[in-house]
Design a protein around this ligand. Structure first.
Ligand code: GLU
Length: 315
């Protein structure tokens, strides 16, 4: 695959370990996001690594005002301290533009005029979205309005070894098709923003929910095109309700109650299969986290894409 060079600020050889938590501020933290934050924090801190927080507010129409600030306050109350000033995607459009232009100059981008309805008839991709059938690949008919810019995919499997889920492969061209990097309303797509940010922040290890497992081959595909290093991945089981639905606003997940942050951390540690100290009830987050750091063991993590959350996490 030909690489383009996208003038990276600080994209150097990997230091030891840089992890990150990258919440989308579309609502308050819920149990599932606490699990992702805690798992990533413990995995980084247990080896003396750095841990960063990035507010993924690139999709501005979906952002709930005040949610990002509340997430940061709640992480602080849980004792999940971060190392550098949080990065806000909404302030980084110029960085995404540099990467986008580099791909464009390399002939990897094309404008697409297809409406949802036009794509609606094509087969389903693995994550439930529609596979793009390549309709606009060879140019637009005169007068058609551009609705998005897509990256040209390539046949062939993109594989990686997830530290928990094992080897994962996807043929991006066959299973997803050319995917959107920039929307017609000027919003850069999550897939591009996350890849640029992880590279520029020097992230070496991505620990996040397995709902993003199917996005990872697309992200690796972009990393390769842009000449970025590939981080290591560990996808944690996603917290679900008893019906097997991911906790989210739509599935009536409760906002994580920080009234008893120790209990919340205990429940998240149990979810992650970690050992708890004998008499840990009533302990402060700091004591629990110190203990959890000493005991952190990736081998105890449940190997699954989904795992039911405790009852208090949903209604
Ligand atoms: N912002 C994404 C989310 O909240 C997470 C992205 C990531 O960890 O790569 O689901």
């Amino acid at each position: 695959m030909a690489q383009v060079s996208a003038n990276l600020n600080r994209c150097v050889a990997f230091p030891h370990y840089v992890g990150r938590f990258a919440p989308s501020p579309t609502g308050p933290l819920h149990f599932g996001s606490v699990v992702a934050a805690l798992g990533s924090w413990l995995d980084a801190r247990a080896v003396g690594g750095r841990w960063l927080v990035r507010i993924e507010d690139v999709d501005t129409p979906r952002v709930v005002p005040g949610a990002a600030e509340q997430i940061l306050r709640d992480l602080g109350r849980l004792g999940l301290e971060w190392d550098a000033e949080p990065v806000w995607q909404s302030r980084r459009g110029s960085r995404y533009r540099v990467a986008f232009d580099a791909l464009d100059q390399a002939g990897r981008i094309f404008p697409c005029a297809c409406s949802r309805r036009e794509i609606g008839d094509s087969q389903l991709a693995r994550d439930g979205s529609r596979r793009y059938p390549g309709s606009c690949r060879n140019g637009l008919a005169p007068g058609r309005v551009v609705r998005a810019w897509r990256v040209r995919s390539e046949p062939g499997e993109v594989c990686f070894d997830d530290a928990l889920q094992g080897r994962v492969c996807e043929d991006v061209e066959r299973d997803v098709g050319d995917f959107v990097l920039l929307r017609g309303d000027g919003v850069f797509a999550y897939q591009l923003a996350v890849v640029v940010d992880d590279a520029e922040q020097g992230v070496t290890d991505i620990v996040r929910g397995a709902d993003l497992l199917d996005s990872t081959p697309r992200q690796i595909f972009l990393q390769r095109l842009l000449g970025y290093p590939q981080p290591r991945y560990l996808h944690l089981p996603v917290a679900t309700n008893p019906a097997g639905e991911k906790l989210s606003k739509q599935t009536l997940a409760r906002a994580a109650s920080l009234a008893n942050s120790g209990e919340l951390l205990r429940a998240a540690l149990v979810f992650l299969g970690q050992a708890l100290p004998g008499a840990s009830r009533g302990e402060s987050p700091r004591v629990l986290l110190d203990w959890a750091l000493k005991q952190w063991d990736r081998r105890r993590l449940p190997v699954a894409r989904m795992h039911v959350a405790p009852a208090f996490a949903f209604e």
